[in-house]
Design a binder for this molecule. Structure first.
Ligand code: FAD
Length: 384
Protein backbone atom coordinates (compact mmCIF):
# COMPACT_ATOMS: atom_id res chain seq x y z
CA UNK A 1 0.00 0.00 0.00
CA UNK A 2 1.23 3.55 -0.68
CA UNK A 3 2.12 5.95 2.13
CA UNK A 4 -0.37 8.64 1.18
CA UNK A 5 -3.50 8.37 3.39
CA UNK A 6 -5.83 9.96 0.84
CA UNK A 7 -4.65 7.56 -1.84
CA UNK A 8 -4.96 4.58 0.54
CA UNK A 9 -8.54 5.56 1.33
CA UNK A 10 -9.34 5.90 -2.37
CA UNK A 11 -7.83 2.49 -3.17
CA UNK A 12 -9.86 0.90 -0.39
CA UNK A 13 -13.02 2.45 -1.78
CA UNK A 14 -12.25 1.20 -5.28
CA UNK A 15 -11.60 -2.27 -3.87
CA UNK A 16 -14.87 -2.23 -1.96
CA UNK A 17 -16.79 -1.01 -4.98
CA UNK A 18 -14.89 -3.49 -7.13
CA UNK A 19 -16.01 -6.47 -5.04
CA UNK A 20 -19.54 -5.23 -4.59
CA UNK A 21 -20.30 -3.69 -7.97
CA UNK A 22 -17.64 -3.96 -10.65
CA UNK A 23 -17.48 -7.74 -10.71
CA UNK A 24 -21.16 -8.07 -11.60
CA UNK A 25 -21.19 -5.05 -13.92
CA UNK A 26 -18.13 -6.41 -15.72
CA UNK A 27 -20.01 -9.48 -16.89
CA UNK A 28 -23.00 -7.63 -18.27
CA UNK A 29 -21.23 -4.69 -19.86
CA UNK A 30 -18.42 -6.70 -21.40
CA UNK A 31 -20.88 -9.24 -22.77
CA UNK A 32 -23.00 -6.54 -24.37
CA UNK A 33 -20.13 -4.27 -25.38
CA UNK A 34 -21.86 -1.48 -23.52
CA UNK A 35 -20.22 1.65 -22.14
CA UNK A 36 -20.16 1.44 -18.31
CA UNK A 37 -21.92 4.73 -17.53
CA UNK A 38 -22.66 3.82 -13.93
CA UNK A 39 -19.09 2.84 -13.07
CA UNK A 40 -17.66 5.87 -14.89
CA UNK A 41 -20.02 8.16 -12.99
CA UNK A 42 -18.95 6.56 -9.72
CA UNK A 43 -15.26 7.02 -10.57
CA UNK A 44 -15.88 10.66 -11.47
CA UNK A 45 -17.66 11.22 -8.14
CA UNK A 46 -14.67 9.66 -6.36
CA UNK A 47 -12.39 12.17 -8.09
CA UNK A 48 -10.66 9.55 -10.22
CA UNK A 49 -11.23 11.40 -13.50
CA UNK A 50 -9.46 14.40 -12.00
CA UNK A 51 -6.78 12.42 -10.17
CA UNK A 52 -3.83 13.81 -12.14
CA UNK A 53 -5.36 17.23 -12.78
CA UNK A 54 -3.76 19.99 -10.69
CA UNK A 55 -5.86 21.28 -7.78
CA UNK A 56 -6.09 24.79 -9.28
CA UNK A 57 -7.90 23.27 -12.27
CA UNK A 58 -10.38 21.29 -10.20
CA UNK A 59 -8.50 18.01 -9.81
CA UNK A 60 -6.86 16.13 -6.95
CA UNK A 61 -3.32 17.03 -8.05
CA UNK A 62 -1.98 13.54 -7.55
CA UNK A 63 0.93 12.30 -9.58
CA UNK A 64 2.17 9.33 -11.54
CA UNK A 65 2.65 7.11 -8.48
CA UNK A 66 -0.95 7.59 -7.37
CA UNK A 67 -2.12 7.04 -10.95
CA UNK A 68 -0.13 3.78 -11.11
CA UNK A 69 -1.71 2.46 -7.91
CA UNK A 70 -5.20 3.36 -9.17
CA UNK A 71 -4.42 1.82 -12.58
CA UNK A 72 -3.36 -1.48 -11.01
CA UNK A 73 -6.46 -1.59 -8.82
CA UNK A 74 -8.92 -0.65 -11.58
CA UNK A 75 -7.36 -3.05 -14.07
CA UNK A 76 -7.59 -5.82 -11.51
CA UNK A 77 -11.36 -5.41 -11.37
CA UNK A 78 -12.10 -4.36 -14.92
CA UNK A 79 -9.45 -3.81 -17.62
CA UNK A 80 -11.90 -2.11 -19.99
CA UNK A 81 -12.92 0.41 -17.35
CA UNK A 82 -9.26 1.11 -16.75
CA UNK A 83 -8.73 1.63 -20.49
CA UNK A 84 -11.48 4.27 -20.58
CA UNK A 85 -9.84 6.08 -17.71
CA UNK A 86 -6.32 5.88 -19.09
CA UNK A 87 -7.42 7.14 -22.53
CA UNK A 88 -9.12 10.08 -20.78
CA UNK A 89 -5.86 10.74 -18.92
CA UNK A 90 -3.90 10.88 -22.16
CA UNK A 91 -6.02 13.81 -23.32
CA UNK A 92 -5.72 15.39 -19.87
CA UNK A 93 -1.93 15.04 -19.89
CA UNK A 94 -1.53 16.65 -23.32
CA UNK A 95 -3.62 19.62 -22.15
CA UNK A 96 -1.56 19.86 -18.93
CA UNK A 97 1.72 19.70 -20.84
CA UNK A 98 0.94 21.94 -23.78
CA UNK A 99 -2.11 24.02 -22.88
CA UNK A 100 -2.11 27.67 -21.88
CA UNK A 101 -3.56 28.68 -18.54
CA UNK A 102 -6.74 29.74 -20.33
CA UNK A 103 -7.05 26.39 -22.12
CA UNK A 104 -6.45 24.52 -18.88
CA UNK A 105 -9.19 26.56 -17.18
CA UNK A 106 -11.52 25.85 -20.07
CA UNK A 107 -11.09 22.08 -20.29
CA UNK A 108 -9.54 20.57 -17.16
CA UNK A 109 -12.27 21.36 -14.57
CA UNK A 110 -14.81 19.76 -16.89
CA UNK A 111 -12.62 16.69 -17.33
CA UNK A 112 -12.07 16.47 -13.57
CA UNK A 113 -15.85 16.51 -13.13
CA UNK A 114 -16.26 13.52 -15.42
CA UNK A 115 -16.55 14.86 -18.95
CA UNK A 116 -14.66 12.25 -20.90
CA UNK A 117 -11.54 12.90 -22.92
CA UNK A 118 -10.14 11.07 -25.94
CA UNK A 119 -6.75 11.31 -27.60
CA UNK A 120 -6.49 10.60 -31.32
CA UNK A 121 -2.86 9.97 -32.17
CA UNK A 122 -2.79 6.71 -34.10
CA UNK A 123 -3.42 7.01 -37.80
CA UNK A 124 -4.21 4.26 -40.29
CA UNK A 125 -1.08 5.07 -42.29
CA UNK A 126 1.29 5.47 -39.35
CA UNK A 127 0.35 3.09 -36.53
CA UNK A 128 3.41 2.84 -34.30
CA UNK A 129 5.05 5.57 -36.33
CA UNK A 130 3.32 8.39 -34.48
CA UNK A 131 4.92 11.09 -36.62
CA UNK A 132 2.79 9.97 -39.54
CA UNK A 133 -0.43 11.58 -38.42
CA UNK A 134 -2.82 11.25 -41.41
CA UNK A 135 -4.53 14.49 -40.38
CA UNK A 136 -3.42 17.71 -42.08
CA UNK A 137 -3.96 21.13 -40.56
CA UNK A 138 -4.18 24.11 -42.90
CA UNK A 139 -4.25 27.59 -41.42
CA UNK A 140 -6.33 30.41 -42.81
CA UNK A 141 -4.93 33.80 -41.80
CA UNK A 142 -8.19 35.66 -42.35
CA UNK A 143 -10.46 33.51 -40.22
CA UNK A 144 -7.66 32.50 -37.82
CA UNK A 145 -8.97 28.96 -38.13
CA UNK A 146 -7.36 25.66 -38.98
CA UNK A 147 -9.03 23.27 -41.34
CA UNK A 148 -8.42 19.67 -40.23
CA UNK A 149 -8.65 16.89 -42.80
CA UNK A 150 -7.81 13.20 -42.48
CA UNK A 151 -8.55 10.32 -40.18
CA UNK A 152 -7.48 8.63 -36.96
CA UNK A 153 -8.02 5.00 -36.07
CA UNK A 154 -8.42 2.88 -32.95
CA UNK A 155 -9.33 5.81 -30.73
CA UNK A 156 -10.75 4.92 -27.33
CA UNK A 157 -13.68 6.94 -25.89
CA UNK A 158 -14.49 8.75 -29.15
CA UNK A 159 -18.20 8.04 -28.92
CA UNK A 160 -18.51 9.38 -25.39
CA UNK A 161 -15.85 12.08 -25.29
CA UNK A 162 -16.74 15.72 -25.11
CA UNK A 163 -13.11 16.84 -25.25
CA UNK A 164 -11.18 15.26 -28.10
CA UNK A 165 -7.50 15.96 -28.63
CA UNK A 166 -6.15 15.12 -32.10
CA UNK A 167 -2.72 15.47 -33.55
CA UNK A 168 -2.24 16.97 -36.99
CA UNK A 169 0.59 17.82 -39.31
CA UNK A 170 0.92 21.43 -40.52
CA UNK A 171 0.49 21.57 -44.29
CA UNK A 172 3.67 22.70 -46.02
CA UNK A 173 5.94 22.04 -43.06
CA UNK A 174 8.41 19.23 -42.27
CA UNK A 175 7.15 15.88 -40.99
CA UNK A 176 7.90 16.68 -37.36
CA UNK A 177 5.77 19.86 -37.43
CA UNK A 178 2.81 18.52 -35.56
CA UNK A 179 0.36 20.15 -33.19
CA UNK A 180 -2.39 18.86 -31.00
CA UNK A 181 -5.84 20.45 -31.32
CA UNK A 182 -8.86 20.27 -29.07
CA UNK A 183 -12.22 19.56 -30.61
CA UNK A 184 -14.77 20.60 -28.04
CA UNK A 185 -17.96 18.65 -28.54
CA UNK A 186 -19.80 20.55 -25.83
CA UNK A 187 -19.73 23.97 -27.46
CA UNK A 188 -22.51 23.24 -29.88
CA UNK A 189 -23.55 20.59 -32.31
CA UNK A 190 -21.24 18.09 -33.97
CA UNK A 191 -18.78 20.07 -36.13
CA UNK A 192 -19.40 19.95 -39.88
CA UNK A 193 -17.23 17.30 -41.53
CA UNK A 194 -16.75 15.35 -38.29
CA UNK A 195 -17.63 11.64 -38.29
CA UNK A 196 -17.14 8.81 -35.85
CA UNK A 197 -17.52 5.18 -36.81
CA UNK A 198 -16.90 1.98 -34.90
CA UNK A 199 -13.84 -0.08 -35.87
CA UNK A 200 -15.98 -3.21 -35.33
CA UNK A 201 -16.60 -5.86 -32.73
CA UNK A 202 -13.69 -6.60 -30.37
CA UNK A 203 -12.37 -9.61 -28.46
CA UNK A 204 -11.38 -7.54 -25.45
CA UNK A 205 -12.07 -4.26 -23.66
CA UNK A 206 -15.54 -4.58 -25.08
CA UNK A 207 -17.10 -1.93 -22.86
CA UNK A 208 -14.83 0.76 -24.29
CA UNK A 209 -15.54 2.38 -27.64
CA UNK A 210 -12.90 1.87 -30.29
CA UNK A 211 -13.50 4.14 -33.23
CA UNK A 212 -12.29 5.78 -36.36
CA UNK A 213 -12.44 9.55 -36.54
CA UNK A 214 -13.03 11.18 -39.88
CA UNK A 215 -12.27 14.87 -40.35
CA UNK A 216 -13.24 16.57 -43.56
CA UNK A 217 -12.31 20.24 -43.44
CA UNK A 218 -13.31 20.49 -39.80
CA UNK A 219 -12.75 24.07 -38.75
CA UNK A 220 -11.16 24.81 -35.38
CA UNK A 221 -10.11 28.23 -34.16
CA UNK A 222 -6.38 28.76 -33.53
CA UNK A 223 -7.19 29.02 -29.81
CA UNK A 224 -7.89 25.25 -29.95
CA UNK A 225 -4.23 24.54 -30.77
CA UNK A 226 -2.34 23.28 -27.73
CA UNK A 227 1.11 24.83 -27.46
CA UNK A 228 3.18 26.60 -30.08
CA UNK A 229 2.58 25.68 -33.70
CA UNK A 230 4.49 22.54 -34.65
CA UNK A 231 5.77 21.77 -31.16
CA UNK A 232 3.19 19.14 -30.33
CA UNK A 233 5.43 16.13 -30.65
CA UNK A 234 7.45 16.86 -27.53
CA UNK A 235 4.39 17.37 -25.36
CA UNK A 236 2.58 14.26 -26.41
CA UNK A 237 5.74 12.19 -26.13
CA UNK A 238 5.80 13.29 -22.49
CA UNK A 239 2.12 12.36 -22.14
CA UNK A 240 2.70 8.96 -23.70
CA UNK A 241 5.64 8.31 -21.37
CA UNK A 242 3.40 9.19 -18.44
CA UNK A 243 0.77 6.81 -19.81
CA UNK A 244 3.34 4.02 -20.27
CA UNK A 245 3.89 3.81 -16.53
CA UNK A 246 0.13 3.38 -16.18
CA UNK A 247 0.03 0.63 -18.80
CA UNK A 248 2.78 -1.20 -16.91
CA UNK A 249 0.60 -0.93 -13.79
CA UNK A 250 -2.49 -1.97 -15.75
CA UNK A 251 -0.82 -5.13 -17.04
CA UNK A 252 0.27 -6.10 -13.53
CA UNK A 253 -3.25 -5.59 -12.14
CA UNK A 254 -4.71 -7.68 -14.96
CA UNK A 255 -2.22 -10.48 -14.41
CA UNK A 256 -2.86 -10.41 -10.67
CA UNK A 257 -6.56 -10.97 -11.30
CA UNK A 258 -5.79 -14.11 -13.32
CA UNK A 259 -3.31 -15.16 -10.62
CA UNK A 260 -5.92 -14.80 -7.90
CA UNK A 261 -8.62 -16.73 -9.74
CA UNK A 262 -6.25 -19.47 -10.84
CA UNK A 263 -4.95 -19.87 -7.31
CA UNK A 264 -8.50 -20.42 -6.03
CA UNK A 265 -9.15 -22.86 -8.85
CA UNK A 266 -5.96 -24.88 -8.34
CA UNK A 267 -6.55 -25.25 -4.64
CA UNK A 268 -10.00 -26.73 -5.32
CA UNK A 269 -9.26 -28.77 -8.42
CA UNK A 270 -8.98 -32.43 -7.43
CA UNK A 271 -6.60 -34.65 -9.35
CA UNK A 272 -4.18 -37.55 -8.80
CA UNK A 273 -5.40 -38.04 -5.25
CA UNK A 274 -4.80 -34.44 -4.21
CA UNK A 275 -5.32 -30.98 -5.67
CA UNK A 276 -3.64 -29.28 -8.59
CA UNK A 277 -1.99 -26.96 -6.10
CA UNK A 278 -0.28 -29.94 -4.41
CA UNK A 279 1.92 -30.40 -7.45
CA UNK A 280 5.25 -28.71 -6.93
CA UNK A 281 5.35 -27.60 -10.56
CA UNK A 282 2.07 -25.71 -9.99
CA UNK A 283 3.44 -24.05 -6.89
CA UNK A 284 6.60 -23.07 -8.74
CA UNK A 285 4.61 -21.53 -11.60
CA UNK A 286 2.76 -19.36 -9.08
CA UNK A 287 5.95 -18.59 -7.18
CA UNK A 288 7.71 -17.46 -10.38
CA UNK A 289 4.75 -15.33 -11.38
CA UNK A 290 4.51 -13.72 -7.94
CA UNK A 291 8.25 -12.94 -7.83
CA UNK A 292 8.34 -11.49 -11.34
CA UNK A 293 5.18 -9.41 -10.92
CA UNK A 294 6.50 -8.05 -7.62
CA UNK A 295 9.78 -6.97 -9.20
CA UNK A 296 7.97 -5.45 -12.18
CA UNK A 297 5.74 -3.48 -9.82
CA UNK A 298 8.80 -2.06 -8.01
CA UNK A 299 9.97 -0.78 -11.39
CA UNK A 300 6.61 0.85 -12.06
CA UNK A 301 6.70 2.64 -8.70
CA UNK A 302 10.33 3.75 -9.21
CA UNK A 303 9.56 5.19 -12.66
CA UNK A 304 6.46 6.94 -11.31
CA UNK A 305 8.45 8.47 -8.46
CA UNK A 306 11.04 9.79 -10.89
CA UNK A 307 8.24 11.39 -12.90
CA UNK A 308 6.73 12.90 -9.75
CA UNK A 309 10.17 14.29 -8.82
CA UNK A 310 10.12 16.20 -12.16
CA UNK A 311 13.18 14.38 -13.46
CA UNK A 312 13.48 13.00 -16.97
CA UNK A 313 11.65 9.68 -16.60
CA UNK A 314 11.16 8.77 -20.26
CA UNK A 315 13.75 5.98 -20.34
CA UNK A 316 12.35 4.45 -17.14
CA UNK A 317 8.81 4.71 -18.55
CA UNK A 318 9.96 2.62 -21.51
CA UNK A 319 11.72 0.10 -19.24
CA UNK A 320 8.57 -0.49 -17.23
CA UNK A 321 6.21 -0.48 -20.20
CA UNK A 322 8.37 -3.18 -21.73
CA UNK A 323 9.25 -5.26 -18.67
CA UNK A 324 5.94 -5.05 -16.82
CA UNK A 325 3.78 -5.89 -19.85
CA UNK A 326 6.09 -8.70 -20.99
CA UNK A 327 6.18 -10.09 -17.43
CA UNK A 328 2.42 -9.81 -17.08
CA UNK A 329 1.92 -11.58 -20.41
CA UNK A 330 4.28 -14.40 -19.46
CA UNK A 331 2.71 -14.88 -16.03
CA UNK A 332 -0.82 -14.75 -17.42
CA UNK A 333 -0.07 -17.31 -20.09
CA UNK A 334 1.54 -19.78 -17.66
CA UNK A 335 -1.25 -19.43 -15.15
CA UNK A 336 -4.22 -19.43 -17.51
CA UNK A 337 -3.15 -22.85 -18.73
CA UNK A 338 -3.98 -24.22 -15.29
CA UNK A 339 -7.68 -23.86 -16.00
CA UNK A 340 -7.26 -26.63 -18.56
CA UNK A 341 -9.40 -27.18 -21.64
CA UNK A 342 -12.28 -25.02 -20.43
CA UNK A 343 -10.32 -21.91 -21.43
CA UNK A 344 -11.61 -22.44 -24.97
CA UNK A 345 -15.19 -21.77 -23.88
CA UNK A 346 -16.66 -18.38 -24.56
CA UNK A 347 -18.62 -18.70 -21.31
CA UNK A 348 -15.36 -18.09 -19.42
CA UNK A 349 -13.40 -14.84 -19.53
CA UNK A 350 -9.96 -16.45 -19.73
CA UNK A 351 -9.26 -15.93 -23.44
CA UNK A 352 -10.58 -12.38 -23.33
CA UNK A 353 -8.22 -11.67 -20.44
CA UNK A 354 -5.25 -13.12 -22.33
CA UNK A 355 -6.01 -11.01 -25.38
CA UNK A 356 -6.34 -7.91 -23.23
CA UNK A 357 -2.96 -8.58 -21.63
CA UNK A 358 -1.42 -9.15 -25.06
CA UNK A 359 -2.70 -5.73 -26.13
CA UNK A 360 -0.87 -3.97 -23.28
CA UNK A 361 2.32 -4.74 -25.20
CA UNK A 362 0.89 -3.12 -28.34
CA UNK A 363 -0.77 0.15 -27.36
CA UNK A 364 0.82 3.24 -25.82
CA UNK A 365 3.82 2.53 -28.03
CA UNK A 366 4.49 -1.04 -29.12
CA UNK A 367 7.07 -2.85 -26.98
CA UNK A 368 9.46 -2.88 -29.94
CA UNK A 369 9.16 0.90 -30.04
CA UNK A 370 10.10 0.86 -26.34
CA UNK A 371 13.22 -1.12 -27.22
CA UNK A 372 14.02 1.45 -29.93
CA UNK A 373 13.69 4.24 -27.35
CA UNK A 374 15.87 2.40 -24.82
CA UNK A 375 18.46 1.76 -27.54
CA UNK A 376 18.56 5.50 -28.30
CA UNK A 377 19.28 6.22 -24.65
CA UNK A 378 22.02 3.57 -24.74
CA UNK A 379 23.54 5.09 -27.86
CA UNK A 380 23.59 8.47 -26.10
CA UNK A 381 25.13 6.99 -22.96
CA UNK A 382 27.88 5.12 -24.79
CA UNK A 383 28.41 7.56 -27.65
CA UNK A 384 26.55 7.30 -30.95
C1 FAD B 1 -7.57 -1.43 -27.26
C2 FAD B 1 -6.79 -0.34 -27.95
C3 FAD B 1 -7.01 0.98 -27.61
C4 FAD B 1 -6.34 1.99 -28.29
N1 FAD B 1 -6.60 3.31 -27.97
C5 FAD B 1 -5.97 4.30 -28.64
C6 FAD B 1 -6.26 5.68 -28.36
O1 FAD B 1 -7.09 6.01 -27.49
N2 FAD B 1 -5.62 6.63 -29.10
C7 FAD B 1 -4.73 6.31 -30.07
O2 FAD B 1 -4.18 7.23 -30.68
N3 FAD B 1 -4.43 5.02 -30.36
C8 FAD B 1 -5.03 4.00 -29.68
N4 FAD B 1 -4.74 2.69 -29.97
C9 FAD B 1 -3.84 2.38 -31.07
C10 FAD B 1 -2.50 1.82 -30.62
O3 FAD B 1 -1.72 2.79 -30.02
C11 FAD B 1 -1.86 1.19 -31.86
O4 FAD B 1 -2.56 -0.02 -32.10
C12 FAD B 1 -0.39 0.94 -31.71
O5 FAD B 1 0.31 2.15 -31.68
C13 FAD B 1 0.18 0.07 -32.84
O6 FAD B 1 -0.18 0.56 -34.09
P1 FAD B 1 -0.82 -0.45 -35.18
O7 FAD B 1 -1.95 -1.14 -34.50
O8 FAD B 1 -1.11 0.32 -36.40
O9 FAD B 1 0.27 -1.52 -35.42
P2 FAD B 1 1.62 -1.33 -36.29
O10 FAD B 1 2.29 -0.07 -35.89
O11 FAD B 1 1.31 -1.55 -37.71
O12 FAD B 1 2.48 -2.52 -35.73
C14 FAD B 1 2.31 -3.86 -36.23
C15 FAD B 1 3.46 -4.66 -35.74
O13 FAD B 1 4.67 -4.13 -36.26
C16 FAD B 1 5.73 -4.41 -35.35
N5 FAD B 1 6.42 -3.15 -35.00
C17 FAD B 1 5.85 -1.98 -34.64
N6 FAD B 1 6.80 -1.07 -34.36
C18 FAD B 1 7.99 -1.67 -34.58
C19 FAD B 1 9.35 -1.27 -34.46
N7 FAD B 1 9.67 -0.02 -34.05
N8 FAD B 1 10.32 -2.16 -34.77
C20 FAD B 1 10.01 -3.41 -35.18
N9 FAD B 1 8.75 -3.86 -35.30
C21 FAD B 1 7.75 -3.00 -35.00
C22 FAD B 1 5.10 -5.07 -34.12
O14 FAD B 1 5.19 -6.46 -34.22
C23 FAD B 1 3.66 -4.65 -34.25
O15 FAD B 1 2.76 -5.50 -33.56
C24 FAD B 1 -5.41 1.66 -29.30
C25 FAD B 1 -5.18 0.32 -29.62
C26 FAD B 1 -5.86 -0.68 -28.96
C27 FAD B 1 -5.60 -2.09 -29.34
Amino acid sequence: MPQDDVLCALLKQIRKYGKKELLSQYETFEKNGQFPNKAVKWLAEMGVFGLIIPVEYGGSGMGAEAAAYVARELAYWWPGLHLIWTAHNLAVEVIIQAGTDEQKRLYLPRMAAGEIGAFGLTSPAGGSDALTTNVEAEFDLRSKCYSLTGDKCFTTNLEQASIIVVTAHHVGFVRKDISAFVIDMKTGSVPTGFTVSSEGEKYGFKCASFCRLGLNNVSVHESARLGKSGEGFRSFMHSLAFGRIGIGAQSIGMSERIFYEAMKYCRDRKMFGGTLWDKQTTQHDFAKARAKLWVAWQGVVAAARKCDAHKDFKAEASYVKYVATETAKEAALAITEMFGGQIVLTTHPYMQRLIEILLTGIYEGHNRVQLDIISKYLAKEFGE
